[in-house]
Design a protein. Sequence first.
Length: 322
Amino acid sequence: MPKFYPKLSPRLSRLLPALDGKKIAVLGHARPDGDCIGAQVALVRVLGALGLDAICVNPDPVPRRMQFLTQGVAFHRAGGLDALDYTAFYVDCADHGRAGEKLQVRFPAPFANIDHHLSNAGFAKHNFVDVGSSATCEILAGLFLDNHLPVDRLAAQALYVGILTDTGQFRFNSTSRRTFLLAAELMALGAQPAEAGYELYERESAGKLQLLQRFLASLHRECDGRICIGMLPDGIFAETGTSAEDTEGLVDYARSIDGVKASLRSKDPAFRLDAIAAQFGGGGHACAAGLNLKEPAATFTPRLLAALAAQIAAVDAQKKSS
């Protein structure tokens, strides 16, 4: 009997024989994070160890801090993918469009979808979705171990990084006993927490610190202190020699303020930030969501604040009546 995912693991076991002789593309989402890159690397390495031909495909490049995971794994951009017939596995994508429009057109009928987002409705032929998991890498780790699949040291490290980053270093409320059990199993297979911690959190550039300084200076609170808004001005990346990748983690400083209950990072899943982001064409987790700004900040900010205030009022009313 599978130990970690008793319902999903037998389905994966039955699925693997159908992949023999096929070329597999493992797709991740735009602006990939640790869970996305970790899931892609681990899945490609495990499939490769089974004798299958698999590559990683992303709409955006691998972030600098994640590149230590990619040893021996080929990453391709959407525009550089050849015309061969690939079987598409989507990982860490809440919907078909999260890997970008080009890849959505290139792979109109995904073969498999492995994900943990609450908003994932199952867009592939085979869906391995568990919203109770802290990370896509947690799901993959459990599926691999349940099925006694070959997980080498680099795959274990990739899975550990995905879990580490999506749990906020094991701090977020998605962290469970299973999360820690799987992390321990991954360490037994060669994952190195010290290396992961150094590569992810101790290699910041001077420009990143300048971004942080400017972001902190912009913070202001709304809705009786329960919402905290911070912004970076146009041109800041060129000014500081940074990129959008360097904004990773900045929003958590706003989230950490005592009394703040809703932002694009939240302390309480009841506020469903994924639903808020969806109103603006984005998505994500109940406690962590994102979106692409498609209008001037002067018009966007009031609309975002209104949506957040309405959500806070609705949750407050629900808690009072229960």
